[in-house]
Design a protein around this ligand. Structure first.
Ligand SMILES: Cc1cc2nc3c(=O)[nH]c(=O)nc-3n(C[C@H](O)[C@H](O)[C@H](O)COP(=O)(O)OP(=O)(O)OC[C@H]3O[C@@H](n4cnc5c(N)ncnc54)[C@H](O)[C@@H]3O)c2cc1C
Length: 407
């Protein structure tokens, strides 16, 4: 026997949890399905913290989205009493012997330009000011430049997902966890979603399957999406480090190319550590093959390349580590579009490693699409059309994509 509903949301991570919550809140009869038990640590939405910032150096198209997300995180906090979004302040800095102040692709300069264009509150800092205010950055060249955004900070991904799924359930959403979608078909009447336990007939389907999207959907997605394993490290603080209460969320460019960027989060009271990470786009993997453990050699390499001599107040001891994975498009922007062959279906979750900060607002926009076929936010720049003619797998980003996205 098939079950009927208005909307199925496939995948209940960052994007799916936000979508199912927004739909249920509006009274839509929605069913959410996830092969695991979100929030879980097998996709792209775990690891305690995610950066959020209003001046999104990846591009102006993201600014209205993240603004809406900040509003929604606060609404969710008011509804639940949970702490989801911490405005710790955000420092974006470039300090490198190779830094060229005329280089328009530099991430810090792009962030400053965007903040100026959109009237986002910020300060521009020179080397002396960075050294005075943030002495933990111990490798500040005289040409260094910093951007400080007081409203930036971090969100708690697992809590955000948990809260939205809980509220969705309270509004009547049916959530099937530990259940895998195995087939999808559509016709003029609607969409048929088959899982390992049931068949659902829906008017609309939102696919937010993250890392699994390529294998689930085949072409064109399997050719466009690359899964990259990423590592997260929590380095033990030195005694009396002075960092607790005095460290911002940060993105630190110390040379050219992806390997010369790290990002991190404030040292939080009671945790005794500073979380620091980088992003890699060299080696692709898949959700089945990904190595989910971090080796001692990887931890040592991270300390040597990214921390030693650059960030003071932390030791080389790794208290905790995690593996997480990006789902990346050839230009490192999102894909949000109607599925090219499945009718009534929106594909939303290739977020190229910088999607969490936008997820609350995107969930609201996807709910609007389900209800009326369009959204208040302009999402046209994320269309699939921009990749028409792409024939090869996108595993090696082209040079124009360097320095593009920063978590
Ligand atoms: C290490 C790391 C650091 C990051 N840092 C930042 C940051 O600082 N700021 C920021 O904004 N973003 C950041 N991101 C990106 C952001 O976290 C992701 O873009 C976002 O979490 C992706 O959400 P998603 O819903 O697309 O995928 P996921 O949360 O992975 O959800 C996909 C879900 O689909 C389910 N699923 C898959 N296939 C099926 C199926 N066949 N049937 C049923 N269920 C299925 C999975 O179980 C999963 O729960 C980071 C990502 C990583 C990995």
């Amino acid at each position: 026997m098939s079950e009927r509903c208005e909307v199925v949301v496939l995948g209940l991570g960052a994007m799916g949890a936000a979508t199912v919550y927004q739909l249920a809140k509006t009274g839509v009869n929605v069913v959410g399905i996830d092969r695991h038990h979100p929030p879980h640590n097998l996709g792209s939405s775990h690891g305690d913290t995610r950066i959020t910032r209003l001046s999104v150096g990846e591009g102006a198209q993201y600014v209205p989205i993240v603004r809406n997300s900040h509003r929604i995180w606060r609404e969710l906090e008011a509804l639940t009493g949970e702490s989801l979004f911490e405005q710790s302040g955000l420092l974006v800095l470039t300090s490198s012997p190779e830094f060229d102040p005329a280089d328009k692709t530099d991430f810090t300069l792009r962030t400053i330009n965007l903040a100026q264009t959109y009237g986002i509150e910020h300060e521009v800092l020179n080397a002396t000011q960075i050294r005075q205010r943030f002495p933990q950055f111990s490798d500040v060249h005289d040409t260094a430049i910093g951007y400080f955004e007081p409203d930036g900070g971090f969100v708690r991904p697992e809590r955000c997902i948990d809260v939205q799924l809980r509220l969705a359930g309270q509004h009547g959403a049916i959530l099937h966890k530990g259940e895998t979608v195995t087939a999808i078909s559509s016709d003029e009447q609607g969409v048929t979603v088959t899982t390992d336990r049931r068949t659902l007939l829906a008017n609309k389907l939102v696919i937010s399957a993250g890392n699994w999207s390529g294998e689930l959907l085949g072409k064109p997605f399997e050719n466009l999406l690359s899964v990259y394993r990423q590592k997260l490290f929590w380095f033990e603080l030195e005694e009396d480090t002075g960092l607790v209460g005095h460290s911002p969320t940060f993105i630190f460019t110390h040379g050219r190319g992806d390997d010369k960027v790290n990002y991190g989060f404030p040292a939080l009271a009671g945790e005794g550590s500073l979380k620091i990470a980088t992003a890699q786009y060299h080696t692709v993997t898949s959700p089945q093959d990904i190595d989910r453990t971090v080796s001692a050699a990887e931890a040592q390499d991270m300390y040597e390349q990214q921390v030693k001599g650059r960030i003071a107040g932390v030791t080389s001891t790794v208290l905790k580590s995690a593996v997480c994975a990006y789902t990346v498009t050839p230009d490192r922007h999102f894909i949000i579009d109607a599925h090219p062959s499945l009718q009534h279906t929106l594909f939303v979750s290739a977020c190229s490693g910088h999607g969490f900060k936008h997820s609350a607002a995107l969930g609201e926009a996807f709910a609007q699409w389900c209800m009326r076929g369009s959204s208040d936010l302009d999402l046209s720049s994320f269309s699939l059309k921009r990749f028409e003619g792409e024939t090869t797998n996108a595993h090696t980003p082209g040079p124009q994509q360097n320095n593009l996205n920063r978590a």
